[in-house]
Design a protein around this ligand. Structure first.
Ligand code: DX5
Ligand code: ZN
Length: 212
């Protein structure tokens, strides 16, 4: 299992140190949650802060857009050279165009599904993306209760095997040491975890406990 700590639960008063610490203690990616106050009922960070995160990070960025105007935010964040930019299918009317735009920047495109969104909606997009992010909470906040989406993960895994076996599956929301093994069994490749990692002093131990 690859582990992508979500910096949403970090101490923003010392964000650069927090980012450096997870990178030095086993993080595979740095998960960056961008919220616009429209698609989700919360706001987080824009390009000024993401620039500071990018400078501090020694692991690739995984930018998760939770916004209405995806194309605008892709233009804003592309210059920080993230590994992935993921967008919610629920907020995008032109997904093929947006996927191509992300790729044209040399970034890996990924699609996100809310817990209530059927994977059928993205069946014909899987061949074009490098990752599918399945939300196991309704997006907007850290520290929410995990929704057991195991059947959905298995369904997406089957589709991935059929259409694009190289496409990775990431899960985000309420991930911890209690559900990580079941997530692995269901077919997850990358675990995003915010509060579980940042509420523990020993970041190495918390990240290691998710590497099943
Ligand atoms: C929620 C964000 C998550 C969040 C996860 O909308 O997309 O990345 O930070 O936090 P935890 O792991 O605490 O659920
Ligand atoms: Zn996220």
């Amino acid at each position: 299992m690859l582990v992508a700590p979500s910096i949403l639960s970090a101490d923003f008063g010392k964000l650069a140190d927090e980012v450096k610490e997870i990178c030095e203690n086993g993080a595979d990616l740095v998960h960056v949650d961008v919220m616009d106050g429209h698609f989700v009922p919360n706001m987080t960070i824009g390009p000024v802060v993401v620039e500071a995160v990018a400078k501090a990070a020694t692991k690739p960025l995984d930018i998760h857009l939770m916004v209405e105007n995806n194309s605008f935010f892709v233009d804003l964040f592309a210059k920080f050279n993230p590994e992935y930019i993921s967008f919610h299918i629920e907020s995008e009317n032109h997904p093929h165009r947006l996927i191509q735009k992300i790729r044209d920047y040399g970034i890996k495109p990924a699609i996100v599904l809310n817990p209530g969104t059927t994977p059928k909606l993205i069946e014909y997009l899987i061949e074009y993306v490098d990752m599918i992010l399945l939300m196991s909470v309704n997006p907007g906040f850290g520290g929410q209760k995990f929704i057991p989406i195991y059947e959905k993960i298995a369904e997406v895994k089957e589709m991935v095997n059929l259409y694009n076996p190289d496409c990775l599956i990431e899960v985000d929301g309420g991930v911890n040491d209690k559900n990580i093994r079941d997530l692995k069994t269901a077919g997850v490749d990358i675990a995003v975890a915010g509060s579980y990692i940042f509420k523990q002093k020993d970041r190495k131990a918390s990240i290691d406990s998710l590497k099943v």
